[in-house]
Design a protein around this ligand. Structure first.
Ligand code: ADP
Ligand code: ADP
Ligand code: ZN
Length: 214
């Protein structure tokens, strides 16, 4: 099963992806996670990406397309994958179609998680992320059992550099301009399903699973 999770920054894509990995035993491919790892390691990719990420802008298409193409060829993606945060532009979506076509594969489902803009700001500015395993929490909506400590692995929770209000606003503007057109792109292909992203994390998860029908 090849799945794309769409939705604004903070819509809950990563949170749902982590639950889908467990249920369906397929990997999550998050371009944000891959880029943050490269920044942390100080690789040439990380050096190039950091400025864009800090400004709430998109990393150039050719850079992320190359990353995803390489990732999808790995053996663990052969039985399926969950794309989270990619594609984010129409050229990325077109490139993805071509990459998958070359592999005799394609996208099975696109699920768009819809959340109001002000709610996205509240979610992102209160988000905390595990430095070790990447699990997300929210200081009010989904707090860890012990403040600052990951429930899953005991790792330290931190606030991402780009989860401050000013950068969040610019990420939202980028989303509206560059990423929203993907809703029409996938609706046109008959692949799009939209779900409201307000409500309990588990309820949203159940809706996604019923769409996936397995
Ligand atoms: P995305 O990957 O789409 O940017 P995340 O999954 O990281 O979004 O979620 C953003 C923030 O919102 C996190 O702090 C997360 O704990 C919180 N969150 C996720 N789903 C919900 C929900 N249904 N209700 C309230 N908060 C949520
Ligand atoms: P969010 O939690 O907002 O969904 P991500 O972790 O997916 O954030 O992405 C963080 C940043 O990484 C983005 O603001 C952008 O700079 C960069 N990035 C991630 N995915 C892409 C992509 N597909 N295309 C371009 N830039 C990307
Ligand atoms: Zn952790």
């Amino acid at each position: 099963m090849n799945l794309i999770l769409l939705g604004g920054p903070g819509a809950g894509k990563g949170t749902q992806a982590k639950k889908l990995i467990e249920k369906y035993q397929i990997p999550q491919v998050s371009t944000g996670d891959i880029l943050r790892e490269a920044v942390k390691e100080g690789t040439p990719l990380g050096k190039k990406a950091k400025e864009f990420m800090d400004a709430g802008q998109l990393v150039p298409d050719e850079v992320v397309i190359g990353i995803v193409e390489e990732r999808l060829k790995q053996p663990d993606c052969q039985k399926g994958f969950i794309l989270d945060g990619f594609p984010r532009t129409v050229p990325q979506a077109e490139a993805l179609d071509q990459v998958l076509a070359k592999m005799n594969s394609g996208i099975d489902h696109v699920i768009s998680i819809e959340v109001d803009e002000e709610e996205l700001v509240t979610r992102l500015t209160g988000r905390r992320t595990c430095r070790n395993c990447g699990q997300m929490y929210h200081i009010k909506f989904n707090p860890p059992k012990q403040e600052g400590v990951c429930d899953k692995c005991g790792g330290e929770l931190y606030q991402r550099d780009d989860d401050n209000e000013a950068t969040v606003r610019s990420r939202l503007a980028t989303y509206n301009q560059a990423t929203k057109p993907l809703v029409d792109y996938y609706a046109g292909k008959g692949l799009l399903r939209t779900i409201p992203g307000a409500g309990q994390i588990d309820d949203i998860f159940n809706k996604i699973c019923s769409i996936l029908g397995q």
